[in-house]
Design a protein around this ligand. Sequence first.
Ligand code: BMX
Length: 294
Amino acid sequence: MNKDRSSSGRPVLAVDLGGTKLLVALVENGRVLSRATTATDRHAGPALWLQTLAELARAWRGRYTSAGVAVTGRVQDGLWSALNANVLDIGNGFALQQACEQALGVPVLLANDAQAAAWGEYSHGAGKQRDLVYLTISTGIGGGIISNGRLIKGRHGLAGHIGQLLPFEAVSKEAVLEDQVSGRWIASEALRCGHEMDARGVFKAADTGEGWAQSIIETSAQRTARLCRNIQMLLDPEIIVMGGGIGLADGYLEQVLGLLEQQPVELRPVLVAAALGDESGAIGIADLATEYLP
Ligand code: BMX
């Protein structure tokens, strides 16, 4: 990718739709000029999600001539599908490219949310143009790989989908790795202990010294540390950049780093927090749109 071209861009409408949050922003040269967020209405479905994002973007109409849309789930040939419907129930093969262009009235570039965030951290964040793996611990667990300055998408757009690995011992037939680590898992474990709350509530309870909450978070952090070690062994990236609501929650990264210290130093990843916070995906997809759209 030619950085000179992308850095001379004009504002791009950037969208990052995840299982928990929708972020819409106006982005120029890796900088968020303006942003709006709302909780993802998990039961609304693709048509209503697009309607919501078009409404949020209305304030900036006329200021952008292209858009980048990053979404949780698999994106391939303009079609959008869930890999794990528990993260967000998108269905299979929704015509996202066409629907976005209709809703926004400008050319649109699509990508998976974690792949876009990997590009954001590579081009404007913690990566500083170094090979990296971006890992988001969020509603699910997503990932993106940058190698030799390229975003690796793979044959079916699946590259980096770390949360979809199969654990050796599955708790149920469908269970994938993210179902034993992510924010959804943290909330479901809390419920099993008799506490009905979301992952944020579990972090708050842990902060106030609740042992059950501390133990859930520790288990999640232990599994994330193992995942980081596996990523290191598979791709040996210069750094792993961690993002997502759980990945960036107070103290989580520090716990994972502490656990990684038990690894032999030569196998230990260099793990850092996403420098762009919750804007890695929006900044990444804006940069990609500037580069690849006319
Ligand atoms: C899931 C999968 C990935 C996504 C990751 C993080 C779906 C709907 N999503 O593994 O595509 O990147 O979750 O998503 O199958 P988030 O919504 O938690 O950011």
